[in-house]
Design a protein around this ligand. Structure first.
Ligand code: FEO
Length: 412
């Protein structure tokens, strides 16, 4: 580790350049990457994020050459994925007096990941500040960029943003700062955005709104180049690429409801598609002729089939419609199942079985985890009784994911 890579007075880069071919999200980063960690040498010395687990010992040995770990007062963890929190277990063991600063969700994860059940945590959220003796840290939650527990940290006096994965680049570089780079980094910066952030672009706009009034002189992310030249242009790339566009796709929501709860879910799904600029149609299959329903299926790009469960089975005309699917070419369409239930929700699984037997591309949680690593998208959509606030959030995320599939933004 080089000891004199300074961002400003008393703020040091203490990360690791990884110039191997790095396995990452089922890809290989052929240009490698860096794991950027930062040390703020104030009256209450503070480390922001760590490095990948495979470099934990090296990180700790190097850190010891700058500061005795037991002098560290705070360890800020912006994001729990192990490429940034991997060295936390080793660091926390040596930095016995350090308080770990993170969001509430991150606390749960870090305690489990690194067996930190007895450590002192400081839970922070939007707008909270922390005086670290000579500098002030400001915290901003950035959920789903790119996982639920994430936050970014802003140093008020030095005007430095520490956004962890956000505004990063996957390049192993020994130049550290974008103004020192030997070549244009735009393509790598945009490539990273498309791979990691674009699937979550609605949350990118939320994040940009939260940081818009900050005076940011330096962006110090946790992968790749530290951005200190033309900083606003890098923020503008995120802004321009995450804005929504008109979409020439159509969604169809078919439902068969017993008490009105499945209808309520169907209506909410339709509204969420409309919010994403997708033309949407909703049909109660018990009130429309079968040939009209088949016509609507033929015209749609995504079809969501919902049924309440009664006596462990589908209700109304839905099964008649599902039996017709093998006679329709659904090859380029996306399908999913949903429904409200009281006990076991068998109807939802039977709908899913019918879809699996057709040639429609069926959305399932298992496939989504395997292709994207996203663990918070639930298909089929199973709602016990009436949808609660958390259910509605889950449905909204599922619809956003579906739109991204339609647009080819996330892999199949
Ligand atoms: Fe760089 Fe989400 O970890």
């Amino acid at each position: 580790m080089e000891k004199n890579i300074k961002l400003s007075e008393n703020i040091f880069w203490i990360g690791k350049v990884d110039d191997r071919d790095v396995p990452f999200h089922r890809l290989t980063l052929t240009k490698g990457t860096t794991y950027n960690s930062y040390l703020l040498m104030t009256e209450s010395p503070t480390v922001i994020d760590t490095v990948d687990l495979s470099f934990g010992k090296e990180f700790l040995d190097n850190l010891k050459s700058i500061i005795e770990p037991d002098k560290i007062k705070y360890i800020v963890i912006n994001h729990t994925e192990p490429d940034h929190s991997g060295a936390l277990g080793g660091l926390a063991a040596k930095a016995k007096n350090a308080i770990i600063v993170c969001t509430k969700l991150a606390e749960i994860e870090l305690k489990e990941m690194y067996k930190l059940y007895d450590r002192e945590f400081l839970i922070v959220g939007d707008g909270d500040t922390l005086d670290i003796g000579g500098k002030t840290l400001n915290f901003i939650e950035t959920p789903y960029l790119h996982t639920a527990e994430t936050m970014i940290t802003y140093c008020l006096e030095d005007k430095i943003l520490f956004p962890c994965d956000i505004f990063s680049t996957h390049v192993a570089n020994y130049d550290y700062f974008n103004d020192m780079a030997k070549e244009d980094i735009s393509a790598d910066y945009i490539g990273y955005y498309k791979l990691i952030m674009h699937p979550h672009r609605r949350y990118v706009q939320n994040m940009l709104n939260k940081i818009k009034d900050l005076d940011i002189q330096i962006i110090a992310p946790s992968h790749g180049y530290i951005l200190r030249d033309n900083v606003q242009s890098f923020i503008d790339i995120y802004d321009n690429m995450s804005k929504s566009t008109e979409i020439n796709k159509k969604a169809l929501i078919l439902y068969s409801t017993m008490t009105g709860r499945t209808k309520k879910i169907a209506t909410f799904i339709m509204e969420k598609f409309q919010e994403q600029n997708i033309v949407s149609e909703i049909i109660n299959v018990n009130k429309v002729e079968k040939n009209e329903v088949i016509k609507a299926i033929n015209e749609a790009d995504v079809i969501i089939f919902g049924s309440s469960t009664k006596y462990a089975d589908i209700i109304g005309n839905m099964e008649d419609i599902l039996k017709e699917l093998n006679a329709i070419n659904l090859e380029h369409k996306i399908g999913a199942a949903f429904g409200s239930y009281g006990w076991s929700g068998e109807a939802i699984e039977v709908v899913q079985d019918y879809l699996n037997q057709s040639n429609i591309k069926v959305l399932s949680t298992s496939d989504i985890i395997k292709s994207t690593g996203m663990i918070d998208i639930e298909f089929p959509i199973r709602i016990r009784f009436s949808p609660q606030e958390e259910d509605l959030k889950n449905i909204e995320r599922a619809v956003i994911y579906t739109v991204d599939r339609l647009l080819g933004i996330v892999p199949n």
